[in-house]
Design a protein around this ligand. Structure first.
Ligand code: ASP
Length: 296
């Protein structure tokens, strides 16, 4: 029997500066993913396609337009997972256009789950990914301004970084009931070179099993401690998606973890919650698109 199809994407749990650009990117991303689902395609293809569109939309902090690290370089994290527990990820990868596609190659073409650093980049080249500089003038300017203010203070907490969570992610369910989740991030602005966040860590930034799939955004160090994506999906086994999300977000809030989550359960129920000031998101279910408004 054909299952209900649905797809949701997010553009990070940070502030929604440039709301129109974000909304346009998210609409395009979910539409591209939904078109694949409608034609009988897999949730894996749909989630990857949506994230590719978002990585190519420079307003977000993923792929082209990623934030720069302390040394002025872009190091990106990405992961993808399906409800049959297949997983692939890259951490601190450089100079590629679409980290989510490299994560999928790790999943499909290696026996490993996660490749990091220069060897992740080398793997991408072996797989045919061309050199691409993901830095944009807009993000270089932000980097210069922030760096000037913080040069001498080696920060240990990211309090100043609220409003800059621009990671992207997508979760989809296809007509066979297969659920896939994908997340891609430039990490945190001015992070130390080599820092890997929650995005490529299984169960932290991304998780999917037969109960549902989740993509998370927010303060990566705390999201890892919470194993946030896994926690929500595990709760989905026992309750509705939104209830599972509320419990996990309440726990995260008590632990001072700034975050946002999107998800889809096996019954195609949609979940979107955050404890930050705002979050940008968009989904299509039953052919109807819904998205954040300025006040979200
Ligand atoms: N979770 C990402 C990280 O810490 C940041 C974000 O969500 O924008 O790497």
């Amino acid at each position: 029997m054909r299952k209900q199809i649905a797809i949701i994407a997010h553009g990070g749990a940070g502030g929604i500066a440039h709301p129109q650009r974000r909304l346009n990117g998210l609409k395009k991303a979910v539409q591209a993913g939904y078109d694949i689902l409608r034609q009988g395609g897999s949730s894996l293809d749909a989630a990857e396609r949506s994230v590719i569109v978002l990585e190519d939309t420079s307003v977000f902090n993923a792929g082209t337009g990623s934030y720069l690290n302390l040394a002025g370089e872009v190091e990106m994290d990405a992961s993808i997972m399906t409800s049959d527990l297949k997983f692939g990820a890259v951490g601190a990868i450089r100079d590629v256009k679409n980290p989510v596609s490299i994560a999928r190659m790790v999943m499909e073409r290696t026996d490993h789950l996660l490749l990091c650093g220069e060897n992740a980049t080398r793997f991408a080249r072996l797989m045919g990914a061309k050199y691409h500089d993901p830095r944009t003038g807009e993000k270089v300017l932000i980097w210069r301004r922030k760096k000037r203010r913080r040069e001498s203070t080696h920060f240990t907490k990211f309090a100043d970084f609220i409003g800059h969570y621009g990671t992207v992610g997508a979760v989809a369910i296809d007509q066979n009931g297969m659920i896939s989740a994908a997340t891609s991030s430039g990490g945190i602005n001015l992070k130390l070179p080599g820092r890997v966040g929650d995005t490529p860590v299984i169960g932290a930034g991304t998780y999917a099993d037969r109960n549902g799939g989740v993509s998370a955004t927010g303060h990566g160090e705390e999201i890892m401690r919470q194993l946030l994506a896994y926690r929500v999906v595990a709760l989905m086994a026992r309750m509705r998606a939104m209830k599972a999300g509320r419990i996990a977000i309440a726990q995260a809030t008590r632990a001072d973890c700034q975050c946002g989550i999107i998800g889809i359960s096996k019954n195609a129920r949609i979940l979107c919650l955050h404890n930050t000031r705002s979050m940008s998101w968009c989904y299509i279910k039953n052919g109807t698109m819904r998205h954040f408004s300025r006040r979200d």
